[in-house]
Design a protein around this ligand. Structure first.
Ligand code: KG4
Ligand code: ZN
Length: 337
């Protein structure tokens, strides 16, 4: 079965062709980062319009890269949610129309399911069950994954998502957007021993997160120390260390609590190299293993949607007559195909 996957939930237009026998045949991504950078965050209406402009050229591009004619396509998967409603509608409408025109089945995919299954595109995929830490601009979640569509949320964030905390802190420090890569780069220059930020929620039992206090802590520290490149680098380092330590403590707790020794890290923040190094140390101590998507599939992309969609279509799942976008949609509402 050869399918097209379409991702348009936020500020990246991603399209891919996946074949159930041959694996990923092609993928293409257009990032709107530059478009939104001058506003310091994603502007939903501009995002929708840019998806409209980019999606058809990207489709042609992945089909020709995959040396695939439209008539060879057996199904279409698109991101149904969660995300920005206008942006989601672009991918859903194009995906649904294409399925209708080609006379093939379609399926709407949960964006976070795409992220958490993305490491299965790699050469050594994790086996079920595994624990997934989903860390993106909109989500921070620990999930126990028993199989496709079998997700139990172990812990969620009470306020900001981790990526959001990176973005907001970067904005306060005038580092630009998106904040994650900017803070990671500056943190490398920072002194690890100068400042210590609090580790939120680690002294309480449970697997919940809270990151909104850290940006205020960063701002207050910056105002106290004064504006200089060195201060900004030291603050970035202390902020990042606090976030990574907190994530590692909670992942370790989830491993100990469930006895599941496979950990998957996915979502935009899992591209952070310091996070990967920190998690590596933790899993070695726990005699567990950690799996990641390749760097380019940590952030939003069409390949993860094509992959999750192909599993659901192969299992016989079919979208109905119409199509919908679900801006808010819990992972726990999903069922096995
Ligand atoms: O998964 P993603 O591309 O989009 C969402 O579904 O949200 O994640 C984007 C988020 C942004 O908040 C961005 O700042 C963060 O991931 N991010 C990073 C890094 N690269 C992207 N955060 C920390 N370190 C990074 N290297
Ligand atoms: Zn995402």
């Amino acid at each position: 079965m050869r399918i097209i996957g379409i991702e348009t939930s936020c500020d990246e237009t991603g399209v891919a062709v996946y074949d159930s026998e041959q694996g990923l045949l092609s993928h293409a991504l257009y990032s709107q980062v530059e478009l939104h950078a001058e506003y310091g965050g994603v502007v939903p209406e501009l995002a929708s319009r840019d998806h409209v402009r980019k999606i058809l050229p990207l489709l042609d591009n992945v089909l020709s890269q995959a040396k695939t004619a439209r008539s060879e396509i057996d199904g279409i998967a698109y991101t149904e949610g969660p995300g920005l409603v206008g942006a989601l509608l672009v991918g859903a409408a194009v995906g649904r129309s294409l399925a209708w025109a080609l006379g093939v089945p379609h399926v709407g995919v949960h964006h976070m399911e795409g992220h958490l299954l993305a490491p299965m595109l790699e050469e050594t995929p994790p086996e079920f069950p595994f624990i997934a830490l989903l860390v993106s601009g909109g989500h921070t979640m620990l999930v126990e994954v028993s199989g496709v569509g079998q997700y139990q949320i172990l812990g969620d964030t009470l306020d900001d998502a981790v990526g959001e905390a990176f973005d907001k802190t970067a904005k306060l420090l005038d580092l630009g957007y998106p904040g994650g890569p900017a803070i990671e780069k500056l943190a490398e220059l920072g002194d690890p021993d100068r400042l210590t930020f609090p580790r939120p929620m680690v002294n309480r039992p449970g697997l919940e997160f809270s990151f909104s206090g850290l940006k205020t802590f960063a701002l207050n520290t910056w105002q106290e120390l004064g504006d200089s490149e060195k201060n900004k680098a030291d603050i970035s380092r202390a902020f990042q260390d606090a976030v990574l330590e907190t994530l590692a403590i909670k992942c370790k707790r989830a491993i100990q609590q469930t006895g599941v020794k496979r950990l998957v890290l996915a979502g935009g923040v899992s591209a952070n190299k310091a996070l990967r190094a920190r998690m590596q140390r933790m899993v070695e101590k726990e005699q567990a293993e950690v799996f990641y998507p390749r760097m380019e599939f940590c952030t939003d992309n069409g390949a993860m949607i094509a992959f999750a969609g192909h599993l659901r279509l192969l299992a016989g799942e079919r979208g109905g007559e119409g199509f919908k976008a679900q801006p808010r949609w819990s992972l726990e509402d999903l069922v096995a195909p």
